[in-house]
Ligand binder design. Structure first.
Ligand code: AMP
Length: 428
């Protein structure tokens, strides 16, 4: 019989790696709370139209990468509906913002999410078909200050803090402004015209993009195309006064806060909804897929989805890529956390007593692994050394006297500890 495997582009996350995932997630939650963000959880699938209208029909994501199916009607009163596994989460958050009329409070909404996203991309290191994102959005009516450059700077400063607290060393913030939607339209026309004479000399993707979505040409990584792209008009020259001023305020606030960044006029990002500030945090250790996270402002998205005017800014970071980066940095030992103690009963008749002792210790918050009385002492020691920092021997004598023998693997020291003091001893 053929054995079944996880589908291409998906994978199982196993311990000890999952401990790192949990650590990243809890650090993110802690940092978000300090900046007054609350968690939102939206459905994993949505109406296909949501992504077509927000991410954009012409983007690679919508045109090629979505997992879409026709959900059949189950009753005459129902209609069949085209559904899609979410390829990203901003669209879902903005849909929820509109649906629950969150703007009516007059307050800024600061929302974060952690969850899987799905794109049918070509799998490679750091790129999967099911991947996880941690993201956040700041969205609200203009009267709540949602358009302010201060919000852009606050989000970027928070990200710098989060990456530092995660222990990511050597990230780079790349920053650009793609202007208002009018600026973008103007630039699109300029770019389209400039591409006509040069596109035939470019890669096939660029030839297609030159017609369907000229901004995407700027993302091309093909080496031969680079001199051609460098000579194209720059979006920076198409920005109107308001957009220029907004961007200058963002960079001034970052300068004041001491957050360093690199201007990258080619950073236009893959989703159609971005306006004004766009950014990416990259890491050289990641190879070809070097973006840790990306984001930007999307002042017109709510209206494009039929909602009220609600400018916003947000980002999504790839949890898979944070894990890869940290794994490259950390040494093996620290990614394999060990439990506080391994309890080794000397004989099967002591198994129940060992369970009682483990229960005592676990109840006061210690992490404990339980051996088995059928193990020889040597086997207990080997198992304990792999999983725990210490071994606690539980024989008849120890049970009667209430004095346990504890051996610490790092120091090699063996100590007799009264049972009543064991938890405190192990906690040190
Ligand atoms: P995007 O939603 O395309 O702006 O992506 C935001 C971040 O999500 C990227 O910077 C990556 O870290 C991560 N990401 C996007 N697509 C994938 C993928 N297929 N596999 C793993 N991570 C991804």
């Amino acid at each position: 019989m053929t054995t079944l495997k996880a589908v291409r582009g998906t994978r199982d996350l196993l311990p000890p790696e999952t401990a790192l995932w949990n650590r990243i997630e809890s650090t993110a939650r802690r940092v978000f709370a300090r900046y007054n963000f609350g968690e939102i959880r939206t459905p994993i699938f949505e109406d296909t139209g949501l992504f077509a209208r927000s991410v954009g029909e012409e983007t690679d994501i919508v045109a090629k990468e979505m997992y879409t199916w026709e959900d059949r009607a189950r009753a005459q009163s129902e209609k069949s509906q085209s559904l899609t596994l979410r390829p990203e989460n901003t669209a879902g958050v903005v849909r929820a913002y509109i649906e629950h009329k969150l703007g009516e409070s007059g307050q800024l909404q600061k929302l974060y999410y952690i969850g899987p996203q799905f794109r049918r991309e070509r799998p490679q290191k750091g790129r999967y078909r099911q991947f996880w994102q941690i993201g956040a959005e700041v969205i609200g009516p203009p009267s709540a200050g949602s358009e302010s450059a201060l919000r852009d700077a606050e989000v970027l400063e928070m990200l710098a803090t989060l990456l530092d607290e995660l222990g990511i060393i050597g990230w780079t913030l790349e920053l650009n402004s793609v202007g208002s939607s009018a600026d973008r339209e103007r630039y699109n026309r300029t770019l389209r015209a400039a591409l006509i004479p040069v596109a035939p000399r470019m890669c096939v993707d660029c030839q297609r993009r030159a017609v369907t979505n000229p901004l995407r040409v700027l993302d091309c990584k093909v080496p031969e195309d680079q001199p051609i792209i460098d000579a194209l008009p720059r979006i920076t020259d198409s920005l109107d006064e308001d957009s220029k001023k907004h961007f200058a305020q963002v960079t001034a606030a970052l300068d004041a806060a001491g957050v360093s960044y690199k201007l990258n006029h080619r950073l236009v990002r893959g989703l159609d909804y971005y306006t004004r500030t766009t950014f990416e945090f990259t890491h050289s250790g990641l190879g070809a897929q070097n973006a840790l996270l990306g984001g930007g402002r999307y002042d017109g998205l709510s209206e494009a989805l039929g909602g009220p005017r609600a400018p916003g800014i947000g980002f999504a970071m790839g949890l898979d890529r944070l894990v890869l980066t940290l794994q490259n940095q950390l040494d093996e030992r620290s990614t394999q956390p060990k439990v506080d103690a391994f309890i080794a009963p000397l004989g099967e008749n002591l198994n129940a007593a060992a369970l009682v002792l483990a229960r005592e210790l676990r109840r006061v918050g210690l992490a404990v692994e339980l051996g088995d009385g059928s193990f020889r002492l040597k086997k207990s020691f080997e198992a304990a050394d792999k999983t725990a920092r210490r071994i606690v021997i539980l024989g008849e004598d120890e049970l009667q006297s209430g004095i346990l023998t504890v051996k610490d693997f790092a120091s090699g020291v063996q100590t007799k500890v009264p049972r009543a003091e064991l938890a405190a001893f192990l906690r040190n």
